[in-house]
Every structure is written in C-alpha cells, then in structure tokens.
Write a protein that binds this ligand. Structure first.
Ligand code: NAP
Length: 210
C-alpha cells in the first residue's frame, strides 16, 4: 500500500510523513517545489512536485490511498480558500475516484458540520471545508473524514476524544496527535465510512477511532 499525502510539506504533513516512514510505509509526498521535495525526502518520503491549482493527477501514480492535509492557511485570502481548500480538495476526490483509490482520508475541520453555527469570521473556511467533505461523501470513494479542533504544536499523546468538549477552550488537538490519528485510520478498515470530530482527550486513538 502506498499513500499519497497532499500537503506533505505542511506541519501535519511532515509529522505524518515521518510517522509512516518510521513504520516502513514510505509515503508519496506531494509538495510544491524542489526544496520541499528534498525536505520530505530526508524525512523518508518519495516526493512528487505538483500544485492543487494546476493539473496534479500525475501525483496519484502508484498510490492506493490518499490523505488530504493541504490548506491555503490564514495568511492568504478567501480566494485561495476557494481554490485550494475547496476546489483543490474536490479535484483530488475526482482524481481519486477515477484512479480507484481505496481510502481517502480528509483532514477537515471542526465547524464543517454546520458552518451556520460557527463564527462569521471563518465562515468562508468552514463552508469550503463542508462542501469538500460533502463532495467526498457523495463521491463513492471510500472515505474517512477527521474534523480536528484548533491545532496546536504540543507533543503527541496518542490520546484523543471524538465527542465535542462542553468547554470551547477545550476544542483543540495537537498536530502530532492528528498525524497519529491519520496513521491509525490508514491502518484500520473500521474507520472507513466514518466522520470523526477530533479533540485532545483521554482515550487511546485505537479505542476512540474504529
Ligand atoms: N489551523 C487550525 O487550527 C486547523 C483546524 C482544523 C483543521 N485544519 C486543517 O488542517 C490541515 C493542515 O494543517 P497544518 O497546520 O498542517 O497546515 P499547514 O502547515 O499550513 O500545511 C498546509 C500545506 O498545504 C500546502 N498547500 C497550500 N496550497 C497548496 C497548493 N496550491 N498545492 C499544494 N499544496 C498546497 C502548503 O504548501 P506550502 O508548504 O508550499 O505552503 C502546506 O504545506 C488543513 O487542511 C487545515 O484546513 C486546521
């Protein structure tokens, strides 16, 4: 099994590359330039240079599974949220379908379940994440959708929760634990067809997501 990581040079992406490579599951890492390609190669990945805003179907060659953990980030405007987080994800799902990909793990976001209920300031983002998730759900591609809370740079704990915490201040999770959760999903057929809210917590990942 070879997994394509879209967004492999991102913060979750690099943690996931290292995790999979450490467990002898060398991933294919989609990155945007040669420098990034060398960086992910040094972490143990097989790099492929491609851009979600261009034709990137070649990145899927030789891959059975896909993780989408790309994002335009907070420093760009809503135009890039549409082109990368929404349109890029939709195109990735369509290519996955055409290629017969066996599992598509989407790193979505808390708030994507109901953008109307969340803050107006990030509504353009949660709407894009919801529409991308909806496209995956309707596509027929085997999926797992993770909806993490606010991302932090804390160390991995291997423990999470998939129920919403009562307190809004608790709606966070480390990128390192998201990477471990993705790795678990790739290894666990029981996570297929599931949508998981994801926050820091007390349950081992394998007990919580399955
Ligand atoms: N921040 C939060 O609190 C939060 C909460 C829930 C979910 N999320 C989601 O978590 C995911 C990853 O988070 P992160 O912290 O790892 O983000 P990150 O470090 O910003 O990584 C995002 C990656 O996407 C890549 N990317 C952007 N535009 C691209 C394009 N046109 N083509 C190909 N790749 C492109 C970036 O490439 P470059 O390295 O070249 O810029 C970067 O490597 C995202 O899907 C985000 O929406 C975030």
């Amino acid at each position: 099994m070879t997994t394509l990581i879209i967004g492999a040079h991102g913060q979750i992406g690099q943690l996931l590359v290292k995790e999979l490579a450490d467990h002898h599951q060398k991933p294919k890492a989609m990155v945007r330039n040669k420098q990034q390609a060398e960086a992910v190669r040094s972490l143990g990945a097989d790099p492929v240079i491609a851009d979600l805003e261009a034709d990137f179907a070649h990145a899927f060659e030789g891959c059975d599974k896909v993780v989408f953990t790309a994002g335009s980030g907070a420093k760009t405007g809503p135009d890039k949220t549409i082109l990368v987080d929404l349109w890029g994800a939709i195109k990735a799902v369509d290519i996955a379908k055409a290629k017969g990909i066996k599992q598509f793990v989407m790193v979505s976001s808390r708030g994507a379940e109901d953008p109307e209920a969340g803050p107006t300031k990030i509504k353009h983002y949660t709407v894009c994440k919801k529409l991308a998730d909806d496209h995956l759900l309707a596509s027929g591609v085997p999926y797992t959708i993770l909806r993490p809370g606010r991302l932090t740079d804390d160390d991995a704990t291997g423990r999470v929760r998939s129920q919403w915490p009562d307190n809004a201040d608790d709606q966070w999770i480390s990128r390192a634990d998201v990477a471990l959760a993705i790795e678990h999903c790739l290894d666990s057929p029981g996570t297929l067809g599931k949508v998981y809210p994801l926050f820091h917590g007390e349950q081992p990942i394998s007990a919580c997501l399955g």
